[in-house]
Design a protein around this ligand. Structure first.
Ligand SMILES: NC(=O)c1ccc[n+]([C@@H]2O[C@H](COP(=O)([O-])OP(=O)(O)OC[C@H]3O[C@@H](n4cnc5c(N)ncnc54)[C@H](OP(=O)(O)O)[C@@H]3O)[C@@H](O)[C@H]2O)c1
Length: 350
């Protein structure tokens, strides 16, 4: 199958190229960049030196459509929305990595993204691409919108608890920490090394945009409205997310009850690892041991004195939080084995 990547010079684009280049069932036929058009891909993504001789092209939609069976759009939100009508019209399969088609209610866009959605009729056509939750619908789907990285990590870690009507749905506190690659490659004063190095920086104590998609998806799973109280921090790593969530039980449960819920929800899931260990350094999920892989590690601890559960989940924001899930969706959409091209073990130490 022929794959196009629009926005291929960015961090998510680069990670898509890394995974797709080694994928046995696909060939990357176009990779766009306005800035680097005509340049070899390895000049920007030097990790791909000798692995591909492809060059970046400019963003000529007609050429990309003609040379692709499926297109990834890995451009900033507010940008994907402009090119999508032509892509959708073409009948080609699309996986959008931006936030432009994740939210299903048009009035969520002015509220969370500060723009009025110009093509709100398309919102319902895109499937929210979370394979662990929507595997069957993704098989053969044509239009998919990939989750945000912190949103995915939160949704995967909390969904087993939301199914059973056992927790207080109005008081779910999520503390998310993310590395610098989460901000993308475009530089700003805040992401400049001198300003970013060494930080534990609260950047959205309230009102983070991913709150909207987490509430949307967890409310669907719970069957009634869920409120998420999310705070986010930038931390001193390049890749990685740790989401620590606090939830309050409606009635007391034992640790083995909770364990059972998670085991039932994720039994046989290729990319979910339940982590609970009594020995060693890594007794709980830790981004350091998922980097480079498509794993989402999930663990929990029960505070029975307060009927409180603390859930921890770790992902690599560029793999499971972006390109890895994108390729997992692609595999389902194109009828390949879901794990194809995604079986790399995490790198350690990083
Ligand atoms: N970083 C993450 O952890 C992460 C995780 C999940 C989802 N996402 C989402 O994935 C998308 C890409 O993120 P990223 O981190 O890769 O961003 P990025 O590093 O800033 O890359 C964005 C890419 O889009 C291109 N671009 C920028 N403005 C454009 C425009 N107006 N028209 C066409 N192309 C444009 C840029 O290439 P040229 O300037 O060379 O054309 C660049 O290659 C975003 O929507 C982001 O929210 C990111």
């Amino acid at each position: 199958m022929r794959i196009g990547v629009i926005g291929a010079s960015g961090f998510v684009g680069g990670e898509l190229l890394r995974l797709l280049t080694l994928h046995p069932e696909v060939e990357v036929t176009s990779a766009t960049s306005r800035k680097y058009s005509g340049k070899y891909i390895y000049r920007v993504h030097a990790n791909l030196r000798n692995l591909t001789d492809l060059q970046f092209t400019d963003q000529n939609l007609e050429k990309i459509i003609d040379s692709s069976d499926l297109i990834f759009t890995a451009v900033p939100h507010g940008t994907a929305v402009d090119i999508m009508p032509r892509l959708v019209e073409s009948d080609i399969k699309i996986v959008d990595m931006s936030a432009d088609f994740r939210l299903k209610k048009p009035d969520s866009y002015p509220m969370w993204y500060n723009y009025s959605h110009p093509h709100s009729g398309l919102l319902k056509k895109f499937l929210y691409g979370l394979p662990e939750i929507r595997r069957n619908k993704l098989k053969g789907a044509r239009l998919v919108s990939c989750p945000g990285c912190m949103a995915l990590t939160t949704i995967l870690s909390l969904s087993p608890l939301l199914k059973g009507n056992i927790i207080d749905q109005k008081r779910i506190i999520v503390d998310a920490k993310i590395g610098s690659s989460g901000a993308g490659v475009a530089s700003s004063r805040a992401t400049n090394h001198a300003e970013r190095y060494g930080v534990i920086r609260p950047y959205k104590p309230v009102g983070h945009r991913h709150t909207a998609e987490v509430e949307q998806e967890l409310s669907n799973i719970a069957g009634s409205e869920v409120s998420i109280l999310m705070s986010t921090h930038g931390v001193n790593i390049v890749r990685g997310i740790l989401c620590t969530s606090q939830l309050f039980l409606k009635k007391p449960l034992s640790i083995s009850d909770i364990w059972k819920l998670y085991r039932e929800a994720y039994h046989g899931e290729p990319f979910i690892r339940l982590v609970k260990d009594h020995q060693g350094i890594y007794r709980f999920p830790d981004p350091k041991v998922v980097i480079g892989s498509n794993y989402c590690d999930i663990g929990f601890e029960l505070d029975d004195r307060n009927d409180r559960i603390v859930i921890m989940a770790a992902t690599d924001n560029l793999v499971k939080g972006a390109a890895g899930t994108g390729v997992q969706c692609m595999n389902l959409m194109l009828g390949f084995e879901e794990t194809t091209g995604l079986d790399a073990a995490p790198i350690h130490p990083v």
